[in-house]
Write a protein that binds this ligand. Sequence first.
Ligand code: GDP
Ligand code: IMO
Ligand code: MG
Length: 413
Amino acid sequence: MNSTAVLGCMWGDEAKAKIVDVLALDADMIVRFQGGNNAGHTIKLGDKKYVFHLVPSGILYPEKECILGSGVVIDIAGLNGEIEKLKAQGVSFEGRFYIDPRAQIVLPIHKELDAGKEDTRKDKIGTTKRGIGPCYSDAVARAGIRFGDLFDKEYLTSRLENNFLYHDVKDADVEALAELLMKEAAPLRACLKQIPYYLSESTDKKILFEGAQGSLLDVNFGSYPFVTSSHTISGGISVGTGYAQNKIGKIVGVYKSYFTRVGGGPFPTELENEIGEQIRKQGNEFGSTTGRPRRCGWFDAVAAKFTVMINGVNEIALTLVDVLSELPELKICTSYLLDGKETKEFPHNPNDLGKVEPQYIEVPTWKEDITQIKDYAKLPENARNYVEKIEEILGVRVSIVSVGPERTQTIFR
Ligand code: GDP
Ligand code: IMO
Ligand code: MG
């Protein structure tokens, strides 16, 4: 049971990378199990800022192994670019970066489809346009190309022919695409490893699973259809790595102290007012991947309780608590009114989620800057009250309180 998972439990951008960075100190391997370069994971170290899209956030520790499991979708050129940039910043990948041969490859057609389909959809999802949805669609349609295919020209060509037939593309230059993909993949050949065996055999190592996106973006349990196309919840770890579910030791759920969302879809506690603006400004709530302003709102404990449940969250990391300092008021949504009736269930369809009226409790605010506080007892009483209120409502211990983007701005309880 040497493994821990760090999962975003909202609509993404919960500061997963910061928590991974903090917990990775005690881990040997950091493993991504889903998503692709739609993710934008930020780590701040002094005056340096790193944004990871595909590379696991543990790579900044020189001795840790970093792994992309079978559930990740890989844009090879994007990954090479990310690696080159990190190498230029002094990060070495030598002998410690591995990719499962089953990981699906994002093809040019996936990006074209992602951009094109979005324009013609009635329900605009506001995707990151990285080709993620079409790539996962091809995977389940059994028309995808996998990382391991990129090292066998004959097999790759037959797979690409199949993919073009599937998409009804008649004039494709299969040969040219096969050559391009093989050329791009060549520097990554040494990374190829059967990850299910590798993880299973690494019994003496501590594994840290790094979630991307968040539970409310899960393709099944999120706010469908306004979701991403992968399994972002704890069940996705086994699906996306081949690591048996019953070996996962601990699930750390990462929750922001308020809610945010990028892209389309209902957001019951959204604040389309000055307070929402203030949170966006104080929390610097602009997308790490697309730069889009994030929608901001109050902490939604109905949604949060749902994601505690579906993930089996054992501990909570509550992040960006510093952003709440100086807000003129502070609210937590504890139930919804749906067609005049109170409910504590997260609706399964966007029509209901779009019309619920959040019911709030108001909690006392604090004005003090808490960004330098290291000791939980030294937090203002009302900040502690806020943390403990969330803990009480969700029924899970908040074991980490994050009060700033730096490693050192972390309070362990
Ligand atoms: P992720 O996708 O979940 O890893 O989160 P992002 O990196 O997209 O967004 C989180 C942002 O909040 C990043 O800019 C972090 O540097 C920043 N951040 C992380 N923790 C804290 C915190 O406790 N306080 C503040 N103010 N910023 C934080
Ligand atoms: P991290 O890992 C926030 C959102 C997009 C869009 C929806 C579908 O940084 O938390 P996609 O491109 O995945 O098909 O888009 O999901 N989305 C994210 N929102 N953080 C992310 O990643 C996201 N990745 C995708 O904005 O609404
Ligand atoms: Mg992000």
